[in-house]
Design a protein around this ligand. Structure first.
Ligand code: PGA
Length: 244
Protein backbone atom coordinates (compact mmCIF):
# COMPACT_ATOMS: atom_id res chain seq x y z
CA UNK A 1 0.00 0.00 0.00
CA UNK A 2 1.31 3.46 -0.91
CA UNK A 3 -0.36 6.40 0.82
CA UNK A 4 0.44 10.04 0.25
CA UNK A 5 -0.46 12.75 2.74
CA UNK A 6 -0.13 16.14 1.10
CA UNK A 7 0.25 18.83 3.75
CA UNK A 8 0.12 22.60 3.49
CA UNK A 9 3.52 23.19 5.01
CA UNK A 10 6.39 21.85 7.11
CA UNK A 11 4.53 22.17 10.42
CA UNK A 12 1.58 20.13 9.19
CA UNK A 13 3.97 17.56 7.67
CA UNK A 14 5.74 17.25 11.03
CA UNK A 15 2.49 16.81 12.96
CA UNK A 16 1.19 14.18 10.56
CA UNK A 17 4.45 12.20 10.67
CA UNK A 18 4.49 12.41 14.48
CA UNK A 19 0.89 11.16 14.53
CA UNK A 20 1.85 8.08 12.56
CA UNK A 21 4.82 7.35 14.85
CA UNK A 22 2.63 7.90 17.93
CA UNK A 23 0.07 5.47 16.58
CA UNK A 24 2.82 2.87 16.24
CA UNK A 25 4.00 3.41 19.84
CA UNK A 26 0.47 3.28 21.22
CA UNK A 27 -0.38 0.10 19.27
CA UNK A 28 2.90 -1.59 20.19
CA UNK A 29 4.66 0.03 23.18
CA UNK A 30 7.76 -2.17 22.73
CA UNK A 31 8.12 -1.36 19.05
CA UNK A 32 11.39 -0.87 17.16
CA UNK A 33 11.52 2.63 15.69
CA UNK A 34 13.90 3.19 12.80
CA UNK A 35 14.97 6.83 13.04
CA UNK A 36 16.56 9.35 10.71
CA UNK A 37 18.56 12.55 11.02
CA UNK A 38 18.64 15.63 8.79
CA UNK A 39 16.65 18.84 8.99
CA UNK A 40 13.36 17.37 7.79
CA UNK A 41 12.54 15.15 10.82
CA UNK A 42 13.39 17.83 13.42
CA UNK A 43 9.79 19.09 13.54
CA UNK A 44 8.51 15.53 13.86
CA UNK A 45 10.77 14.92 16.88
CA UNK A 46 9.70 18.26 18.42
CA UNK A 47 6.09 17.22 18.14
CA UNK A 48 6.76 13.81 19.69
CA UNK A 49 8.56 15.49 22.61
CA UNK A 50 5.59 17.82 23.08
CA UNK A 51 3.17 14.91 23.25
CA UNK A 52 5.51 13.07 25.61
CA UNK A 53 5.58 16.16 27.87
CA UNK A 54 1.79 16.19 27.90
CA UNK A 55 1.80 12.58 29.06
CA UNK A 56 0.31 11.24 25.84
CA UNK A 57 3.31 9.12 24.83
CA UNK A 58 5.52 6.68 26.67
CA UNK A 59 8.86 5.57 25.20
CA UNK A 60 9.96 3.39 28.10
CA UNK A 61 9.69 0.11 26.17
CA UNK A 62 10.67 1.51 22.77
CA UNK A 63 13.89 0.50 21.00
CA UNK A 64 15.41 2.75 18.36
CA UNK A 65 17.79 2.05 15.49
CA UNK A 66 19.22 4.93 13.49
CA UNK A 67 19.94 4.72 9.81
CA UNK A 68 23.47 6.02 9.68
CA UNK A 69 26.45 7.82 11.17
CA UNK A 70 29.51 9.61 9.86
CA UNK A 71 32.80 7.75 10.17
CA UNK A 72 35.49 9.37 12.28
CA UNK A 73 33.21 11.68 14.25
CA UNK A 74 32.95 11.29 18.01
CA UNK A 75 29.68 11.15 19.96
CA UNK A 76 30.29 14.55 21.52
CA UNK A 77 30.88 16.22 18.15
CA UNK A 78 27.74 18.26 17.57
CA UNK A 79 27.65 17.07 13.95
CA UNK A 80 27.51 13.40 14.86
CA UNK A 81 24.15 11.74 14.38
CA UNK A 82 24.50 10.34 17.89
CA UNK A 83 24.60 13.91 19.18
CA UNK A 84 21.74 14.97 16.89
CA UNK A 85 19.46 12.22 18.18
CA UNK A 86 20.19 13.08 21.81
CA UNK A 87 19.71 16.81 21.20
CA UNK A 88 16.51 16.44 19.25
CA UNK A 89 14.84 13.46 20.87
CA UNK A 90 16.50 11.08 23.30
CA UNK A 91 17.39 13.67 25.97
CA UNK A 92 13.78 14.82 26.12
CA UNK A 93 11.88 11.52 26.40
CA UNK A 94 11.96 8.48 28.66
CA UNK A 95 13.56 6.11 26.16
CA UNK A 96 16.07 3.78 27.84
CA UNK A 97 19.52 4.89 26.63
CA UNK A 98 20.56 1.24 26.32
CA UNK A 99 17.68 0.72 23.87
CA UNK A 100 18.91 3.44 21.50
CA UNK A 101 21.21 2.43 18.67
CA UNK A 102 23.30 4.51 16.28
CA UNK A 103 26.21 3.02 14.28
CA UNK A 104 29.49 3.76 16.03
CA UNK A 105 31.40 6.23 13.86
CA UNK A 106 34.53 5.93 16.02
CA UNK A 107 34.84 2.16 15.75
CA UNK A 108 38.32 0.76 15.17
CA UNK A 109 37.07 -1.61 12.49
CA UNK A 110 34.29 -0.12 10.34
CA UNK A 111 33.65 -3.39 8.46
CA UNK A 112 33.11 -5.20 11.76
CA UNK A 113 30.87 -2.37 12.96
CA UNK A 114 28.71 -2.71 9.82
CA UNK A 115 28.35 -6.45 10.44
CA UNK A 116 27.54 -5.85 14.12
CA UNK A 117 24.90 -3.24 13.27
CA UNK A 118 23.26 -5.39 10.61
CA UNK A 119 23.14 -8.29 13.08
CA UNK A 120 21.69 -6.03 15.74
CA UNK A 121 18.83 -4.80 13.55
CA UNK A 122 18.09 -8.39 12.52
CA UNK A 123 18.20 -9.62 16.13
CA UNK A 124 15.74 -6.90 17.11
CA UNK A 125 13.36 -8.32 14.51
CA UNK A 126 13.77 -5.31 12.19
CA UNK A 127 11.97 -1.98 12.39
CA UNK A 128 8.22 -1.79 12.99
CA UNK A 129 8.36 1.59 11.32
CA UNK A 130 11.27 3.28 9.58
CA UNK A 131 11.29 7.06 9.34
CA UNK A 132 13.18 8.36 6.32
CA UNK A 133 14.09 11.67 4.79
CA UNK A 134 15.02 11.88 1.14
CA UNK A 135 18.12 13.51 -0.27
CA UNK A 136 17.97 15.91 -3.20
CA UNK A 137 19.68 13.14 -5.18
CA UNK A 138 17.12 10.57 -4.03
CA UNK A 139 19.29 8.99 -1.37
CA UNK A 140 17.84 7.24 1.69
CA UNK A 141 20.11 6.97 4.70
CA UNK A 142 23.48 7.40 3.03
CA UNK A 143 22.57 5.07 0.18
CA UNK A 144 23.75 7.29 -2.63
CA UNK A 145 22.89 6.88 -6.31
CA UNK A 146 24.92 3.97 -7.71
CA UNK A 147 24.79 0.96 -10.03
CA UNK A 148 23.07 -1.48 -7.70
CA UNK A 149 21.06 -1.41 -4.50
CA UNK A 150 23.40 -2.16 -1.56
CA UNK A 151 21.70 -4.75 0.62
CA UNK A 152 23.23 -4.67 4.08
CA UNK A 153 24.77 -2.09 6.41
CA UNK A 154 27.93 -0.85 4.72
CA UNK A 155 30.51 1.91 4.45
CA UNK A 156 29.84 4.62 1.89
CA UNK A 157 31.89 7.34 0.30
CA UNK A 158 29.70 10.43 0.33
CA UNK A 159 28.97 11.96 -3.05
CA UNK A 160 29.98 15.47 -3.97
CA UNK A 161 26.35 16.61 -3.84
CA UNK A 162 25.83 15.22 -0.33
CA UNK A 163 29.07 16.81 0.92
CA UNK A 164 27.88 20.03 -0.69
CA UNK A 165 24.41 19.74 0.95
CA UNK A 166 25.88 18.97 4.39
CA UNK A 167 28.68 21.52 4.46
CA UNK A 168 26.30 24.11 5.91
CA UNK A 169 26.60 22.26 9.21
CA UNK A 170 30.41 22.34 9.31
CA UNK A 171 32.99 25.11 9.59
CA UNK A 172 34.11 24.38 6.03
CA UNK A 173 33.62 21.83 3.28
CA UNK A 174 36.95 20.25 4.21
CA UNK A 175 35.50 19.38 7.63
CA UNK A 176 32.62 17.35 6.19
CA UNK A 177 33.42 13.67 6.71
CA UNK A 178 33.99 11.73 3.49
CA UNK A 179 32.61 8.42 4.70
CA UNK A 180 29.68 7.10 6.66
CA UNK A 181 28.14 3.85 7.85
CA UNK A 182 24.60 3.32 6.65
CA UNK A 183 21.93 0.68 6.78
CA UNK A 184 21.64 -0.82 3.33
CA UNK A 185 18.61 -0.52 1.12
CA UNK A 186 17.92 -4.16 2.04
CA UNK A 187 18.02 -3.33 5.78
CA UNK A 188 15.59 -0.46 5.23
CA UNK A 189 13.27 -2.59 3.11
CA UNK A 190 12.92 -5.10 5.99
CA UNK A 191 10.96 -2.51 7.99
CA UNK A 192 7.30 -3.43 8.26
CA UNK A 193 6.26 0.13 7.56
CA UNK A 194 8.08 3.01 5.88
CA UNK A 195 7.30 6.63 6.72
CA UNK A 196 9.08 9.09 4.45
CA UNK A 197 8.93 12.83 4.99
CA UNK A 198 9.79 15.57 2.51
CA UNK A 199 9.48 19.32 2.61
CA UNK A 200 10.32 22.13 0.24
CA UNK A 201 10.69 22.71 -3.45
CA UNK A 202 14.25 21.44 -3.58
CA UNK A 203 12.90 17.94 -2.84
CA UNK A 204 10.27 18.04 -5.61
CA UNK A 205 12.40 16.30 -8.26
CA UNK A 206 13.58 13.62 -5.83
CA UNK A 207 10.00 12.88 -4.68
CA UNK A 208 8.76 12.72 -8.27
CA UNK A 209 11.63 10.49 -9.42
CA UNK A 210 11.43 8.20 -6.38
CA UNK A 211 7.72 7.48 -6.43
CA UNK A 212 6.57 8.23 -9.94
CA UNK A 213 9.60 7.24 -12.01
CA UNK A 214 11.34 3.95 -12.81
CA UNK A 215 12.80 1.83 -10.01
CA UNK A 216 16.53 2.34 -10.32
CA UNK A 217 19.56 2.42 -8.00
CA UNK A 218 20.41 5.80 -9.53
CA UNK A 219 17.43 7.01 -7.44
CA UNK A 220 17.86 4.87 -4.31
CA UNK A 221 14.47 5.86 -2.80
CA UNK A 222 12.71 4.43 -5.87
CA UNK A 223 13.20 0.95 -4.36
CA UNK A 224 10.43 1.91 -1.92
CA UNK A 225 7.95 1.36 -4.78
CA UNK A 226 8.55 -2.35 -4.09
CA UNK A 227 7.73 -2.06 -0.38
CA UNK A 228 4.24 -3.19 0.68
CA UNK A 229 3.57 -0.41 3.22
CA UNK A 230 4.85 3.08 2.49
CA UNK A 231 3.46 6.39 3.69
CA UNK A 232 4.80 9.57 2.14
CA UNK A 233 4.09 12.73 4.12
CA UNK A 234 5.12 15.72 2.08
CA UNK A 235 4.21 19.35 1.84
CA UNK A 236 2.83 20.98 -1.27
CA UNK A 237 6.22 22.29 -2.33
CA UNK A 238 7.81 18.83 -2.16
CA UNK A 239 4.89 17.42 -4.15
CA UNK A 240 4.93 20.21 -6.71
CA UNK A 241 6.43 17.90 -9.34
CA UNK A 242 3.56 15.43 -9.00
CA UNK A 243 -0.03 15.66 -10.31
CA UNK A 244 -2.82 15.44 -7.70
P1 PGA B 1 17.43 16.88 5.00
O1 PGA B 1 18.16 15.55 4.55
O2 PGA B 1 16.25 16.44 5.81
O3 PGA B 1 18.44 17.61 5.80
O4 PGA B 1 17.03 17.57 3.75
C1 PGA B 1 17.40 14.47 4.12
C2 PGA B 1 18.35 13.40 3.65
O5 PGA B 1 19.38 13.76 3.07
O6 PGA B 1 18.03 12.23 3.84
Amino acid sequence: MFRVYRTKNYEEMSRQAANIISAQIILKPDCVLGLATGSTPIGTYKQLVEWYDKGDLDFKEVTTVNLDEYLGIAHDNDQSYYYFMHENLFNHINVDESHTNVPNGMCADPEAECARYERLVRTLGYQDIQLLGIGRNGHIGFNEPCDSFPAATHIVNLTKSTIEANKRFFASEADVPRQAITMGVGTIMQARQILIVASGKDKADAVRDAFYGPITPTVPASVLQLHPNVTLVADEAALSGVQD
